[in-house]
Design a protein around this ligand. Sequence first.
Ligand code: MG
Length: 158
Amino acid sequence: MDIRIGQGYDVHSLAEGLPMWLCGVRIESPTGFVAHSDGDVAIHALCDALLGAAALGDIGKHFPDNSDEWKGIDSKILLARVCEMLEDLGWSVGNADITIALQSPKLSPYIQTMRETLAEVMRTAVDRISVKATTTEHLGFVGRREGCEVWAVVTICK
Ligand code: MG
């Protein structure tokens, strides 16, 4: 069996009055992500991990943020497209592990829905998808509530 590992990283800044989407789930929050798409920084990191595992470049290569085609787009559509690209090459997802660093709000009430949402879009089992959240103890730009940082690691196999 051919097994590959990919990792992805993304950051988006926060601003008042914008929607906050993480892992395809709308989060109740007074601030949201500044972005060309819906700003789902977790899905963007996950897409980069999947693309990286298959050595297919990065999300900016496939969905350029200067193109009107992707303006305001639901990032779940991007994730579904990335999964299709991998499937076309014979890859299937082994597992994904995502770490979200956000000072507030608390994400624990959303974690299970996030896992289920991602698993559905990726057409895989929920027990292959892990989502974890942490604060940065008020340190750095995350701690100052200026932005959100996400790391994703995936394995794919064929
Ligand atoms: Mg992004």
